[in-house]
Structure formats: C-alpha cells, structure tokens
Design a protein around this ligand. Structure first.
Ligand code: NAD
Ligand code: DAU
Length: 351
C-alpha cells in the first residue's frame, strides 16, 4: 500500500534522520515534513534529499488549528510520526510556556485533527508519538527505566512530554485511535544542535573555549547513536501493536565528566594537540535546576518483541560524530551564527 506520512519536526536533529531514512528506504511512500523552523529547525540538515520525488517540506506550526486542519485535508495522510517539540531542558527552565504550547497543545491539536480526519478508519491509520525517557524522572545508583516505570517528570520539558504522552494514550483509550509511543534516551550524532552537551563540547574544544560542566559532572546519561534511534522508529512504526509503548536505548551509560574527558582526549589527537591540552578547558559551573541524576533505559522489550538492537558501539559513534563536526565546519558556523535561518526560501507558506 502506498503510504502518505506526515513527519513533524523533520528539520530538527532526530527528525532529519527519520525523514532521510523514510525517504530513502521507502520510495513508494510519500513523506511530508511539517516543521515550523524554530531556532532548532534547519533545512540544510536535509539538503541531500530535498529534491527526492517522494519528499515535500511544509512550513507550519503544530499549534495552529486552522493550518493543521488544512494540511490534513490537503495531504490526507495515513500516518503521523510526531517529533516536533521544544527539546532543550535548559530553555524549558527559562521559558516553560513555550514547552506547554508546542509539546502539549501542539500534540493535542495534531491528535484532535487526526481524530476528526481519520474517523471510521482508525484501523488503517497510525499516530506515532516520539517521546523521551525523561518522563520517568531520575534513577539512583541502581535500576533501569522499563515501560512499566511510573511517570515522575521533574523539568518543565519532561513534564510537557509526559503530558503529551498521556494525551496520546487518552486518544487511544477514549476514541479508539491507533497510537504508538516510544521513549528514548539521549541521542548523539550528526546535525545535533550545539546547545546540547556533545556538540557543544566538541565545538567549544575546537574553538579553545571553556567547556561548561554542570555541578560536579556526576550526572549520568545513556547515549544512543541517532541513526539507531531512527531505525528503531522505523521498526516500531511498521510492527508495533496498536496502543503499545517501547523504550529505546543503547545500554551505554556515561558520567558527564568522563564523557567530556573522553571528547577532550579524542580531540587532542585529531587536532594535533598535546594529550591533556583540551581538558584544561573543562570549567565547572552552577548546576542545572532540578538536574536529574541518572537515566538508564532497559530496551529488552524492543529487542525481544521486534528484534531491534543498537547497530554500532559508542566508541565508533563518537568517533564518527567528532569527524562529522570537524568536516562540517560550514554547517556548524551557519548554526552558531544564525545564518542557517536564511536557508528557507518559502516555497509553501510562511506562517
Ligand atoms: P530538535 O529541537 O532538534 O528539533 C525539533 C524540531 O521541531 C525543529 O525542527 C523545530 O523547528 C520543530 N518544531 C518546534 N516547534 C514546532 C512547532 N510548534 N510546530 C512545528 N515544528 C516545530 O529536537 P530533537 O532533539 O530532534 O528531538 C525530536 C523529538 O525527539 C522531540 O519530540 C524530543 O522530545 C524527542 N527526543 C529527543 C531526544 C534527544 O536526545 N534529542 C531523546 C528522546 C526523545
Ligand atoms: O534523555 C533524553 C533527553 O536528552 C531528550 O529528551 C532531550 O530532548 C535532550 O535534550 C536530552 O536532554 P539532556 O538534558 O539529558 O541533554 P543535554 O545535552 O542538555 O545535557 C546532557 C547532560 O549534560 C545533562 O546532565 C546536563 C549536562 N550538561 C549539559 C550542557 C548543555 C552540562 O554539564 N553542560 C552543558 O553545557
């Protein structure tokens, strides 16, 4: 069957990898990338596929009720893969309402439009919500998040994502829509906006600028190669039972300070610096408010039921990531200067 899929947030970090994967792997599908192009959206992330016949970009805001209605009427999608979000925890601490608007109201607007538009064919349509492990809150020294872990979000970002997850389940339970949710750990890889730890550290080390470490650097994150996440989304989208939830993660826990020291050492070698030179840039700064101590994902359900396991090791992935940032100086300079926001030429509409 030919499928028309709206992928929201496709110009962002993970969304661009998901769009690329679907456009390349499913030439019979028609992929509509719906993105508002906030500071985090960058069409340069999709330059290699922008002229593919099964790809189309539409600029728009998921919060805009009239616009989303028009889009569903015009495109008549069979499925939505929803990634659009405000995604940065630090920004959520200074601007929580932006997160409520996009992550909660925007998600409900999409669900509600889909509910109306897909009435009578919920068994032939699918709403896939891409979410985060941060909804589960924080772990102590032991244990892992499973699909059964109770929600306990701490930041405005994770609270907004938890809210959106609950609405997705409510639309499944109340209206019988077909929905799927996945909750993934920290991603890393190419096209990652340099406000997040790994690309920020690479960029700062390269530029000989201080690398800010929040608190004592003792917090632990569980890192996954972004292309492995995109593959997991593909597998879940095509195979998950209606109403199911999957955790996605790479069993790859790193203390922030150890990860930053590793990046310093990799970059010393690649930049021809003396061993230990880049580590001098490490600067301990005031901790993030409400900083979750540890995340760790148990992805056994995804492995046992759908056969997904990570494709590459962290060592390989980090090496590729550092190489990508060193080779893509223009992308990095455009993003840090804000120049990338002029890339969009307005071929659809300009809400
Ligand atoms: P990102 O910030 O890089 O990209 C978000 C994209 O959404 C951008 O292109 C932006 O322009 C778009 N967008 C924002 N508000 C919009 C709106 N109102 N209407 C339409 N488009 C809008 O985010 P990311 O890191 O790629 O994350 C994508 C999704 O995956 C998010 O839902 C996030 O919660 C989830 N997630 C991220 C991670 C991670 O490590 N980055 C891990 C697990 C889950
Ligand atoms: O766990 C999944 C989540 O991972 C996603 O849902 C979020 O969208 C994504 O942004 C990410 O959230 P984190 O807050 O874990 O990512 P961030 O890169 O902002 O920070 C990673 C860790 O590094 C965290 O413990 C805070 C710390 N940190 C971060 C920055 C930006 C620093 O010590 N210094 C920094 O400058």
């Amino acid at each position: 069957m030919k499928k028309k899929i709206i992928i929201t947030g496709g110009a962002g970090f993970i969304g661009s990898h998901v769009v690329r994967r679907f456009v390349k792997n499913y030439p019979d599908y028609s992929i509509v990338n719906l993105d508002k192009l906030t500071y985090a959206g960058n069409l340069a992330n999709l330059k290699d596929i922008e002229n593919e016949p099964n790809y189309k970009f539409v600029k728009g805001d998921i919060v805009d009720i009239a616009f989303i209605n028009e889009l569903f009427a015009a495109e008549n999608p069979d499925a939505v893969i929803h990634l659009a979000a405000e995604s940065h925890v630090d920004r959520s601490i200074t601007n929580p309402l932006d997160f409520v608007m996009t992550n909660v109201v925007g998600t409900v607007n999409l669900l509600n439009t889909a509910r109306e538009h897909w009435k009578g064919r919920y068994d032939k349509t699918r709403f896939y919500h891409v979410s985060t492990d941060e909804v589960y809150g924080t772990l102590g020294e032991d244990g892992m998040f499973t699909e059964e872990t109770a929600y306990d979000p701490h930041s405005p970002y994770s609270a907004s994502k938890a809210g959106s997850d609950h609405f997705v389940r409510a639309y499944q339970d109340t209206y019988g829509m077909d929905t799927v949710i996945s909750n993934c750990s920290n991603n890393y890889g190419s096209f990652h906006f340099p406000e997040k730890l790994i690309p920020l550290a690479i960029n700062n080390i390269k530029q000989n600028r201080p690398v800010p470490v929040y608190g004592k650097g003792e917090n632990i994150r569980d890192w996954l190669w972004v292309e492995d996440h995109a593959r997991a989304i593909d597998v879940i989208f095509h195979n998950a039972k209606s109403g199911s939830t999957y955790n996605i993660g790479g069993h790859n826990e790193w203390k922030n300070i150890d990860l930053i020291r590793l990046l310093c050492s990799i970059l010393d070698k690649k930049l021809g610096r003396a061993e230990g030179e880049s580590a001098k840039l490490i600067t301990f700064v005031t901790d993030r408010a409400g900083h979750d101590l540890r995340y760790a994902i148990d992805a056994t359900k995804l492995k046992n039921e759908l056969g997904w396991v990570p494709g590459i090791t962290f060592e390989e992935g980090l090496e590729k990531t550092v190489d990508w940032y060193l080779a893509n100086e223009e992308w990095l300079n455009d993003v840090t200067s804000g120049h990338y926001q002029q890339y969009y030429s307005g071929q659809y509409n300009d809400r």
